[in-house]
Design a protein around this ligand. Structure first.
Ligand SMILES: [Zn+2]
Length: 325
């Protein structure tokens, strides 16, 4: 692992946001994401306990270590590592953090098997489709996660409260759709909502937004109602800067429009070319939305194909699909 030399320590802070009990550490993403997106992890400090929401990606471990230093925390201060979802840029440092801090790792039980096994995590998403076979697991996925995993020690579900002491409490919010095991965290005293990926920014180079379009849309509605009901002041997101509640409504509308747009484009392409196959459909839609033609796009397209098929909008035709009204 490459370490930052000490002389650069004072030049640039890795802390991109700090307010009340919160401090955010930003880590740049490699590959197609280079320079476009960063992933963020969030320290939350109560009187009695220190939590970290997500561990980030392996290449960002030096940034995370600098985050501890800049904030004046010892590694052994970390009590809880709270996982929003099992994707590689959110669990990549679970193993090193577990080893070096002894923290308790908590997340949703639905994907506990994937958090516990890098290879299973990679193969279940990348190799789920014949078209995914071309992608190199190591460069596309396994390199982003530390060689040793950090499995979940305890499970969290919607409505659970994590008490960090001194009035700092995190409430767990169901955020499934992008991942079918995704959760968010609401800090009650500061009315701050931490949601990693249910509302990906529009500049994200990857088409993949959702694993299940209906569950995703229900989550957009739930987040919108939650912000309104709880008068959420600040929303912290994994792949872009903090937003106010009002600004988050715009992002929710944009995310809804993107899900609708993908599905509209799918149906147009299926109507235009009866029998169109999975790979061609993927390429057309990625091109239309200016996204990278890669395996993650297949996840959302496959989910919407299944949803359309289940209500009879499309039917299988040869090796592809045809419009059935
Ligand atoms: Zn992410």
């Amino acid at each position: 692992m490459v370490r930052e030399v000490n002389s650069t320590m004072s030049d640039m802070s890795v802390i991109s946001y700090q307010s009340g009990p919160f401090a955010t550490v930003s880590m740049g993403l490699p590959g197609d994401h280079e320079g476009k997106t960063a992933t963020r992890v969030f320290f939350v400090k109560g009187r009695d306990k220190l939590a970290l929401i997500d561990s980030g990606l392996y290449a960002g471990y030096p940034s995370l270590e600098r985050g501890f230093e800049e904030l004046g925390y010892a590694k052994s201060d970390l009590d809880y590592l709270l996982i929003t979802h099992e994707h590689m840029d959110h669990v990549g440092n679970n193993g090193p953090l577990k080893d070096e801090t002894g923290c308790t790792i908590m997340g949703h039980k639905a994907r506990a098997d994937r958090v516990a096994d890098n290879m299973l995590n990679a193969t279940t998403i990348v190799h789920a489709f014949p078209e995914g076979k071309n992608f190199d697991l190591k460069s596309e996925y396994l390199d982003w996660m530390a060689p040793k995993e950090g499995p979940l020690d305890a499970f969290l579900d919607h409505g659970d409260i994590i008490d960090l002491g001194g009035g700092i409490e995190l409430e767990v919010l169901d955020c499934r759709g992008h991942s079918m095991a995704e959760i968010g965290f609401f800090e009650r005293s500061t009315r701050t909502l931490v949601i990693a990926d249910p509302l990906l920014p529009v500049f994200n180079p990857v088409l993949y937004l959702y694993e299940d379009p209906a569950v995703m849309r229900a989550t957009f509605d739930r987040i919108e109602a939650f912000i309104r009901d709880r008068d959420v002041q600040t929303v912290l997101l994994a792949h872009e800067d903090p937003r106010s509640g009002e600004e988050t409504f715009e992002l929710i509308d944009s995310a809804r429009a993107r899900v609708d747009g993908i599905e509209r484009s799918m149906l147009e392409n299926i109507k235009a070319k009866p029998g169109i196959g999975f790979a061609e459909l993927r390429d057309k839609i990625c091109d239309e939305f200016d996204k990278v033609r890669e395996w993650r796009a297949l996840v959302s397209i496959d989910a919407s194909l299944k949803a359309f098929e289940s209500v009879g909008t499309i039917t299988k035709s040869g090796n592809g699909w045809a419009y059935a009204g």
